[in-house]
Design a protein around this ligand. Structure first.
Ligand code: ADP
Ligand code: MG
Length: 355
C-alpha cells in the first residue's frame, strides 16, 4: 500500500507543467526578439492571440516618416526662400519628421539667436518667435484656431502652412512614402483573424483616405489630436467583448497616450520616441509593420504549444495515476511517467524558439 502511494506521489509531481509552461513563454519571447520584436512580458504574448482590432498610426508607422519638401507656394508677396527660412527656424526645436524635412530643405544656417519663445502644439504644428515675429507653421486646423485668413483649406498632399505675424505667407508641400511591407502586413493580419483594421492620423483627410484605400484599410479617421486618438481607442475597446483585444501600433510622436491606453501598445523602436519605447508593451526594432502579424503568429504558436504541454502532461499523469490506483504500475514506470513527460514537454516547448 505504501509502495502504491509512493508511485502515485511520483506520478503526481507537477514538474512537467511547472517547467514547460514558463519555458514555452520564454521560447516565444526569445523567438520574437530574434526577429527584432521585443515583448515586455508573457501576458502581452497572450493578449496578442486575441487581438481583433488593429489600429495603426499613419506617419512613421505605415509611412516612412521621411518627408521631402516637394513644393513651396508663396502668398502675399513673400518669396520662397523667406517662407522656408521662417519655417525652418520655427521648426528648429521640433523633432517631428515634418520639422526635420523642412530644416533639411533649408540650405542656410539656422541661427538659434534669432529664435525666441517656442511652443509646440501637438498634432498641429509650431508657434515660434523668429526675428521678433510670431511665426506659425502647421496644418489647416491650426490656422483656423488662430483665426488666420487663408484662401485654400484643402490642398492635395501633406501641407504645412506658414504665417508670419498673423499674415498668411504660403504653404510647403511635403511627401512621404508608404513602407514597402505595409500592404503585406495588412493582408496577413486579415488572414490571422483580425476583424477590423483602422488608421488614425493627425494629417489631413485627403492624404489619409488615399493611403487607406491604397492599403485596403477598413476605417480611417483623420485630422485628429493626440487626445482624439485616445477617444477612438476607447470606443474600439468598448465595441469588443472583454476577451477580445485592441492593439495600437504607433511611433510615439503624438500618439504616446494611445500606446498606453490600448490593450496591446506596439511601438516602432528605431524611429519612435523614447517615451513610446518606454510606454509600449511591444517594441518593433526594425520599424516594419509586417512585424505585427509576425508577433501574432509567434504568440499563437506559443499558446498552442503551452496548451499541448498542459494537456499532454495532465493526460499522461492521470492515466498512470489510475493504473497505479489499481496496482498496475511500477516505480520505474512512475519515474519515466514523471521525468519522461517533463522531458518531452521541455523539448516541445523549445519548438517555439524556432517559430
Ligand atoms: P500622425 O497621426 O499621422 O502620426 P501627427 O499627429 O504626428 O501625424 O501630426 C499630425 C499633423 O500635425 C501633421 O500632419 C502636421 O500637419 C501637423 N504637425 C504636427 N507637428 C508639426 C510640426 N512640428 N510642424 C508642422 N506641422 C506639424
Ligand atoms: Mg505618428
Amino acid at each position: 500500500c505504501l509502495y502504491r502511494a509512493l508511485i502515485m506521489l511520483v506520478f503526481s509531481c507537477p514538474c512537467a507543467l511547472v517547467i514547460s509552461i514558463p519555458l514555452g513563454y520564454f521560447g516565444g519571447i526569445g523567438g520574437a526578439s530574434r526577429r527584432g520584436i521585443l515583448v515586455k512580458g508573457s501576458n502581452y504574448l497572450d493578449a496578442l492571440t486575441s487581438v481583433k482590432t488593429v489600429v495603426f498610426d499613419k506617419t512613421g508607422t505605415l509611412t516612412k516618416g521621411e518627408f521631402k519638401v516637394s513644393e513651396i507656394v508663396t502668398k502675399n508677396g513673400y518669396d520662397k526662400s523667406e517662407v522656408l527660412k521662417y519655417a525652418a527656424h520655427a521648426e528648429a526645436n521640433s523633432n517631428h519628421p515634418i520639422a526635420q524635412s523642412i530644416i533639411e530643405a533649408f540650405s542656410g544656417e539656422i541661427s538659434q539667436d534669432s529664435i525666441g519663445d517656442v511652443n509646440e502644439i501637438a498634432g498641429q504644428g509650431m508657434e515660434a518667435e523668429v526675428e521678433n515675429k510670431i511665426v506659425i507653421v502647421g496644418n489647416d486646423k491650426l490656422l483656423h484656431n488662430k483665426n488666420i485668413k487663408h484662401d485654400k483649406c484643402v490642398i492635395e498632399g501633406t501641407v504645412v502652412h506658414v504665417t508670419v505675424d498673423s499674415k498668411y505667407a504660403g504653404y510647403i508641400v511635403i511627401s512621404d512614402m508608404i513602407k514597402e511591407d505595409a500592404m503585406q502586413a495588412i493582408k496577413e493580419l486579415k488572414k490571422l483573424g483580425v476583424k477590423k483594421i483602422v488608421m488614425l492620423t493627425g494629417d489631413n483627410a485627403f492624404v489619409a483616405k488615399r493611403i487607406a484605400s491604397e492599403l485596403n484599410i477598413d476605417e480611417v479617421y483623420a485630422e485628429l489630436l493626440p487626445e482624439d486618438k485616445v477617444n477612438y481607442i476607447e470606443k474600439f475597446i468598448s465595441e469588443l467583448s472583454k476577451k477580445d483585444k485592441v492593439a495600437f501600433v504607433g511611433d510615439g510622436i503624438n500618439d504616446a497616450p494611445v500606446l498606453a491606453r490600448a490593450d496591446v501598445g506596439i511601438a516602432m523602436g528605431a524611429l519612435g520616441s523614447d517615451a513610446a519605447v518606454e510606454t509600449a508593451d511591444i517594441v518593433l526594432m526594425n520599424d516594419t509593420p509586417s512585424s505585427v502579424p509576425t508577433s501574432i503568429r509567434i504568440a499563437k504558436k506559443t499558446r498552442r504549444i503551452v496548451w499541448q504541454n498542459i494537456l499532454f502532461a495532465l493526460g499522461v499523469k492521470l492515466l498512470f495515476i489510475i493504473f497505479a490506483g489499481f496496482g498496475l504500475a511500477t516505480m520505474w514506470e512512475a519515474v519515466f511517467g514523471d521525468m519522461g513527460v517533463a522531458l518531452i514537454a521541455i523539448l516541445n516547448a523549445t519548438r517555439v524558439l524556432k517559430s
